[in-house]
Every structure is written in structure tokens, then in C-alpha cells.
Design a protein around this ligand. Structure first.
Ligand SMILES: Nc1ncnc2c1ncn2[C@@H]1O[C@H](COP(=O)(O)OP(=O)(O)OP(=O)(O)O)[C@@H](O)[C@H]1O
Length: 630
């Protein structure tokens, strides 16, 4: 009988399927004289079967996946990820999962989809308690606001039932992504169903969306336009959802507010769209809010979006990423009805008058140096007209986008500015801006209203000292009559409490009204913005008397600070102007370098300083050579 050794080629073959088999069989032969070689055909068959089944299994799954199943892939950089994960976390299969991810925030780790967990909880839940001495104390887990841990299934395949259909949730590591990103960003999720009809998946995703959006009821959802992380693509990304600001809390002339409401209500009416299209007028509406900083322009924009339950899309034209193409792309991706907010439009590099094509052409020409005597030379070394500084969008590009086909019909455009006079007329002509609202510094009536709104006791305001009265405990030994008497007494006590509360509230209101008037007398009219007044009042938010007492000294202090600041700004402006003049002068002179500059020095200096511009100076102005700023 041949020795069963490792050299036996048959056993070496079995090692492929059952690693270590030859060592094991040699040991068995040595100690018990049982030769496993005789089972070789059976073992080989089993080995091949196991090996082949792995491939067959994968192949079968692939075939089934490809031909007999429907799959929805969810991208981690899309808001759908947040929606699906929020839904999954509430499902039994996720709660029962033995291998799971514990999350305090279910949202995508992509920065532009990231949302703070707290954002969706209600704001009336206090996060911190304070003891009698005013120190912050731990809430001891008694408050709902503490971060909840939620569980989602870990990487792998998970089966669950939805509307009596078996669905598959797959969560996999995305191996295609580069390794430098955080692990949590490198994943792929998908939901599949058996059958070639994907309707059930679409139903599921719609359910997830609806569930997710329930959190947004009575909230204003804010989107910002910008670059997606690590890409050159732009997208609207949801950044926050805030409890909608009641329209009434924006202090503004009531007739103006009412006419804005009426105008928007009419515009958003379902029949209005048809009215516009019948007449061939683009269905768009634009509003311009202008006035000094802190007078409520942004507040009104958010309040109006909340009032009409519209999402608000904010885009910053100052952003470096914003060029004509990107802005056009963002405008083309706007939903049918929404508010688009272009804030502080005067600072967005749009303040220059729109160039007429001839002028633009002129600028694009190579620089021409005027040589006295009438001849001109083209300077080949002179740089071409520099493109607008990176990211700044030109006015004509913006106008094209606002009017162009890419701009979604049905949107409400709100532009805000601190300097109406700096805006080009083309931007604010009717059709682009249909209503202009002026915001002013606070007048006496506004000051009183702000005071009242800060100190009025509103629903949900709980004074920090208020402690609920202990409920009456009914001893079990009492007879029915005694219990009834006690209940009547309790009712009476509650009614007395309510009456006292109402009387106190009325007195409070009268006191606040009186103090409001006193306060308004102390604050000079049209001097401070509502934001400044609100800022001061918030310091004394529970002490209206102190606010009145401190008002006069605050006015003095703030006025002198403002004067000082204004003086400094003026000095700075003058300094800038001087620099600008000398720079302009150098530019002009440099374009005249073929002649003796000193010959025309006085003439040029005068003109650069705002004096009379000679023909020679004008010639030079046209052919200015780019001189780097000092
Ligand atoms: N008319 C107003 N009514 C109510 N609150 C106001 C008003 N104006 C300003 N505020 C308060 O002042 C703060 C700043 O207001 P807001 O941002 O709306 O001003 P703004 O005019 O948009 O300022 P900026 O021009 O600097 O952007 C907010 O907290 C807001 O509540």
C-alpha cells in the first residue's frame, strides 16, 4: 500500500479546495492508519461543487439583478440620501438589525447636505436648565432635545417588507472613491425589488420624501447655490430650515406690507400663470427692497417666503464660483414656485453701467498709445483687457439670466440693496423689478412697535421664575361628596388663577404700552435702524423699566460712536480718493511715455483731480495703459 504523504499530487489538489487537507490526512494516516485517499473522488466533487457554487451564486444574482429585479441607486451627494436614511431608521428591520451603525445624525456627510440634527426639533424645548443662582445645570436626560441615537443597518444586504412586497436595502462601501475622503462619505446605498416594474420603489422613495418634508411644515427651507464639494458642478443645497417668521413681526408701514401681500397673492394665484401666458408675458415677478442696513429687508424676504410656504433660494453673486454659466445653471434648476433672494446686489460688482457692445469692443482692442503729432502706435506688448476679476458676474450676463429661457417661470425674485442709486437702471426696470419697497431708519411709531413686540408677553413665553402650582392630591379615603367638593374647589382655584393672570397680563400690557411711549420720546426719530434698537432692547429683555432708564445714555454713546466711525470712514475714503487720483495720473502719464510727461504735468494733474479735461487728456484716457496699482 503506498504511503499517504504530502507528495501525493491528489492530496495537493484537494489542498486547493480545503486548505491544510494534506497535512490533516497525513496525520490521520500516521495515527489511525485511515487512508483518506480512497475518498478522493468524493472530496474532489464536493470541493469543485463548493467552488463552482460561489461563482454560480454570484452569476445567478447578477443575472437576476440585471433581468428580473429593479433597483434605485441613491447618491450620497443627493438629498434623497437623507430622506431614505431617515425613513430606514424608523423601520423595524433597521431596529432589529444585529450589525448596525449608531447615528446621532442620519444626514449625508457631504458638507452641502449636512444638517444639524437639532434643526428639526421644535424650539420651545429648552436645552439647558438654570438653578436659582443662575448657573447652568444638566437636564439629566429629561429633555427631549438631547441628541437621540438612531440605528441604521450596517454594510451588507438587508431584506424588508414594504406594502406586502419584499424589498432589498443594500449598503456598500464605495470602492471607486478615492481613499482620502472620510469613511462615512465612501458608501453607496440602493433599494431593489423583485420584478421589472420599479413602481414600488418610486412609491417608497416618495413616501420617504413626504415623511421627511413633514418636518418642514411651518418652516422656511433655505437653499444656497454653490459648488458641490470637490467638483466644479454647481447645485442648490439645502442649508437650514427655520421656523417661519410671522409676517406681522416685521415692522413696516402696514399699507406697504398689505400691498406686497396682495401683489404676491395675486401673482401666485393658479389662474395668473395662464393670464400671463395668454398675453405672452413671462410669468415672473421681481421685488427690490432697499434701505440702510438692519432695517428688515432680509427679514421681510424670509417672512414672505414663510407666509406663502415657499422655499427660499439664496445666491451670492460675490462668490468666486459664480460665473455666467454657473448662475444660469442654478437658475435653470429652480423649482416652479420659489423665492430667489439676491442679497446686497450693489456689492456684487454689478454697479457699473451695462456696456454697450461698441464700448466693449473698444476695450477689447489692444492698447493704442497716442503720440503727439497725431500718429498712433499699437503696443504689441500691452496686455489685453483684463477679464472681470474672478467670479464676478457682469451685469449683462445677470440680465440675460434673469430674462433668459433658463430662468424658471413662476419664481419670485427679491433683490436687496443698501444703495439704490448705485444700481444700473436696466437691472431695476419694470419687468425685472415690479415693486420697490423702501426701508427706513426707525420713526417714532416703529420704535414703539419694536418696544412692544420685545416686551409683550406672548404665547409660549415662560418667565424664568414661573413655577407650576402643585396639583391638589386627592386622598383615597375621601367620600364621593368630599371628592366632588374638592373638585369644585379646584375649579374655583383655577378660575381665580386665570382671572388673576388675565388682570396681571392687562396691567403688564398697559405698562409696556406706557413705557414704549416713554422710550420712543427718548430715541431720536430716523436715527437708528430697527436692528440697532432691537439690539439695545435685547440687553434688557425682561426689564422694560431699565431699557427706558438706560435709553438716553445709550443714544448718546451710540451717536458719538457712529460719528466717530463716520469720520474715520470719510478720512479713509478721502485717502482712497487721493490714491486713486495719483494712480489715474500715473496711468495717463504712462500712456504718454513717448513724450515728455513733465510738459503736460500740470494739465494732467488738474484733469485727474476733477478739473477741465483737455482733448489731449481725453485721448490719453481712451488709451490708458494698465499700470499696476500701488
Ligand atoms: N423692520 C423690522 N422689523 C422687525 N425686525 C427688524 C426690522 N429691521 C430689522 N429688524 C431686526 O434686525 C435684524 C437684522 O435685520 P435684517 O437682516 O432683516 O436687516 P437688513 O435690512 O436685511 O440688513 P442688511 O442690509 O445689513 O442685510 C433682524 O434680527 C431683525 O429681526
Amino acid at each position: 500500500m503506498p504511503e499517504a504523504t504530502q507528495e501525493n499530487p491528489q492530496l495537493a489538489l484537494l489542498d486547493v479546495f480545503f486548505p491544510g487537507f494534506s497535512v490533516l490526512s497525513t496525520a490521520i494516516y500516521k495515527y489511525s492508519k485511515i487512508d483518506l485517499n480512497i475518498y478522493f473522488p468524493v472530496l474532489l466533487f464536493i470541493g469543485v461543487l463548493i467552488f463552482a457554487s460561489q461563482y454560480i451564486n454570484t452569476w445567478l444574482w447578477e443575472m437576476m439583478d440585471g433581468y428580473l429585479m429593479s433597483t434605485a441607486d441613491i447618491r450620497i451627494d443627493d438629498e434623497m440620501y437623507n430622506m431614505l436614511m431617515a425613513w430606514i431608521a424608523n423601520q423595524q428591520f433597521a431596529k432589529r438589525s444585529r450589525r448596525f451603525v449608531a447615528n446621532t445624525n442620519l444626514n449625508s456627510r457631504m458638507w452641502f447636505l449636512w444638517r444639524e440634527y437639532d434643526e428639526d426639533s421644535t424650539e420651545d424645548e429648552a436645552m439647558i436648565d438654570f438653578d436659582e443662582t443662575g448657573n447652568a445645570v444638566s437636564t439629566g436626560g429629561g429633555h427631549k432635545k438631547e441628541k437621540k441615537v438612531q440605528f441604521t443597518p450596517s454594510f451588507g444586504t438587508h431584506y424588508f417588507w414594504y406594502k406586502k412586497r419584499l424589498l432589498i436595502f443594500r449598503r456598500q462601501q464605495d470602492t471607486r472613491q478615492t481613499s482620502w475622503g472620510p469613511v462615512s462619505e465612501r458608501e453607496e446605498i440602493s433599494v431593489s425589488c423583485f420584478g421589472r416594474n420599479p413602481t414600488i420603489l418610486k412609491d417608497l422613495l416618495e413616501d420617504c420624501r413626504q415623511d421627511f418634508l413633514k418636518n418642514d411644515v411651518n418652516r422656511t427651507v433655505i437653499y444656497r447655490g454653490g459648488l458641490k464639494s470637490g467638483t466644479s458642478e454647481v447645485a442648490w443645497t439645502r442649508c437650514v430650515s427655520r421656523v417661519s417668521r410671522p409676517f406681522s413681526t416685521v415692522v413696516l408701514d402696514e399699507t406697504v406690507k398689505q400691498s406686497l401681500l396682495d401683489d404676491m397673492r395675486d401673482y401666485l394665484h393658479p389662474y395668473t400663470r395662464r393670464w400671463y401666458s395668454n398675453r405672452g408675458i413671462p410669468y415672473r415677478r421681481g421685488y427690490l427692497l432697499y434701505g440702510p442696513p438692519g432695517t428688515g429687508k432680509s427679514s421681510l424676504s424670509f417672512a414672505i417666503a414663510g407666509y406663502f410656504k415657499l422655499k427660499i433660494y439664496i445666491v451670492s453673486l460675490n462668490s468666486l464660483a459664480m460665473n455666467e454659466e454657473n448662475l444660469g445653471q442654478l437658475f435653470s434648476e429652480l423649482p416652479k414656485q420659489c423665492v430667489v433672494l439676491l442679497e446686497d446686489i450693489d456689492t456684487a460688482g454689478l454697479t457699473h453701467t451695462r456696456k454697450i457692445p461698441a464700448e466693449a469692443e473698444e476695450e477689447a482692442k489692444p492698447l493704442v498709445t497716442v503720440v503727439p503729432g497725431g500718429s498712433t502706435t499699437t503696443n504689441p506688448a500691452s496686455p489685453p483687457t483684463t477679464p472681470p476679476p474672478g467670479g464676478r458676474i457682469s451685469l449683462s450676463a445677470l440680465l440675460n439670466i434673469l430674462d433668459g429661457v433658463a430662468s424658471q417661470e413662476g419664481r419670485v425674485l427679491i433683490m436687496t440693496t443698501n444703495h439704490l442709486e448705485k444700481l444700473d437702471e436696466a437691472l431695476i426696470r419694470p419687468g425685472r423689478v415690479d415693486m420697490t419697497i423702501k426701508f427706513d431708519l426707525a420713526n417714532t411709531q416703529m420704535i414703539t412697535t419694536i418696544f412692544r413686540s420685545i416686551f409683550a408677553t406672548l404665547e409660549g413665553d415662560i418667565p424664568p421664575s414661573a413655577k407650576p402650582l402643585p396639583a391638589i392630591r386627592v386622598p383615597s379615603s375621601l367620600s364621593k361628596t368630599e371628592t366632588a367638593l374638592l373638585a369644585i374647589e379646584d375649579e374655583k382655584r383655577k378660575a381665580d388663577e386665570l382671572a388673576t393672570f388675565r388682570a396681571r397680563k392687562k396691567m403688564e400690557e398697559e405698562k409696556v404700552a406706557r413705557l414704549g411711549e416713554e422710550f420712543a420720546v427718548l430715541i431720536p426719530t430716523m436715527t437708528f435702524s430697527p436692528a440697532e434698537i432691537q439690539g439695545f432692547l435685547l440687553k434688557w429683555k425682561r426689564q422694560p423699566e431699565m431699557a427706558v432708564k438706560e435709553a438716553a445714555s445709550w443714544v448718546e454713546k451710540t451717536k458719538s460712536e457712529k460719528q466717530k466711525k463716520a469720520k474715520e470712514e470719510k478720512e479713509k475714503e478721502e485717502e482712497e480718493k487721493k490714491k486713486e487720483t495719483s494712480w489715474q495720473y500715473r496711468r495717463i502719464c504712462s500712456s504718454y511715455r513717448y513724450t515728455t510727461v513733465s510738459k503736460f504735468q500740470n494739465e494732467f494733474r488738474k484733469a485727474a483731480n476733477g478739473g477741465e479735461k483737455t482733448e489731449r487728456y481725453r485721448d490719453c484716457e481712451k488709451s490708458q495703459r494698465a499700470v499696476s496699482r500701488p
